[in-house]
Design a protein around this ligand. Structure first.
Ligand code: HEM
Length: 252
């Protein structure tokens, strides 16, 4: 339809989004990037899933000590697809932790944290901490004995750190003891503060992945030389690179 084509052309001219997506889709990766390389994308998938299901849950969840537990019971037993939504969000959280762990182990084993990807690793370490923080802050939102006591134990442990322990535990709970004020605080951590840092860091992490390219599997007799690596990587990609998700040349 000409009107839709015209709108698409106008948008493309003003934003260049289509061109950016085309270039991203054609971003080549080194030969040898196989199954072990999928865990970063799998983590990203879990993150998107958690955001979508989390936003849907927040439409019905009530973050107050008198209503939180009941609102979750309502979501599970009465709301349409509520049980499924909660299930996906619950297992998605574990999935994300498992995937981020596998991704981190793969990066470590393949020494992909070395030059020039050190900052990708550093941002990754913060992402790992934030992913665990999401799991932790989400627990209390259930407002059941399991969630409450695990938060009490974590605050007790935090309080034992010399010098900063007590103020950090107070900051975490919003006071000296865990109460209804802690629930609203954990809700803010879980839906605003931690996700905001995750979005910023994931954006930067992916920018670095694109800027520095995905690492090639390491070879014992081929050490990384900072003076020649970037040119070597560019030449190698031009010769042997293939599109991520497609079979590398010569693979069966
Ligand atoms: C929310 C968490 C994370 C997301 C969504 C994410 C996503 C990604 C994606 C999509 C890639 C490119 C494909 C791949 O190599 O798997 C990547 C690469 C990378 N990630 Fe992550 N990541 C996360 C956490 C981490 C953690 C915890 C670390 C390590 C501490 C890490 C370190 C790296 C490094 C060094 C690379 C470059 C790998 C290479 O070039 O071979 N990331 N990440």
């Amino acid at each position: 339809m000409p009107i839709i084509k015209k709108i698409a052309e106008w948008l493309e001219d003003r934003t260049g989004i289509g061109d950016a997506i085309r270039r991203l889709a054609k971003h080549p990766v080194p030969p040898g990037s196989k199954w072990a390389y999928v865990f970063g994308s799998a983590t990203l998938f879990c993150l998107v899933l958690q955001v979508i299901t989390g936003v849907a849950l927040s439409l019905m969840y009530q973050p107050s000590s008198s209503d939180a537990y009941r609102s979750l019971q309502f979501i599970t037993d009465e709301a349409r697809f509520g049980r499924l939504l909660r299930g996906i969000h619950y297992f998605g959280a574990s999935g994300m932790i498992v995937m981020v762990g596998a991704h981190m182990i793969r990066v470590y084993i393949m020494a992909a944290y070395k030059y020039p990807r050190e900052m990708t690793w550093v941002t990754g370490v913060f992402l790992f901490i934030l992913t665990v923080a999401m799991g932790f802050t989400g627990q209390l939102l259930r407002w059941d004995s399991n969630g409450v006591w695990s938060s009490v134990v974590a605050a007790e442990q935090l309080g034992r750190i010399p010098l900063i322990g007590r103020p950090a535990a107070r900051l975490l709970l919003g006071g000296d003891t865990l109460g209804s004020h802690s629930l609203s605080r954990f809700f803010a951590y879980h839906v605003f503060i931690v996700p905001a840092f995750i979005f910023l860091l994931v954006g930067f992490h992916l920018f670095l992945v694109l800027r520095n390219g995905i690492s090639e599997p390491p070879k014992a007799e081929r050490p990384v030389d900072k003076r020649t690596y970037r040119q070597w990587y560019k030449d190698m990609l031009a010769k042997e690179g293939f599109l991520f998700g497609l079979m590398p040349p010569g693979a069966t």
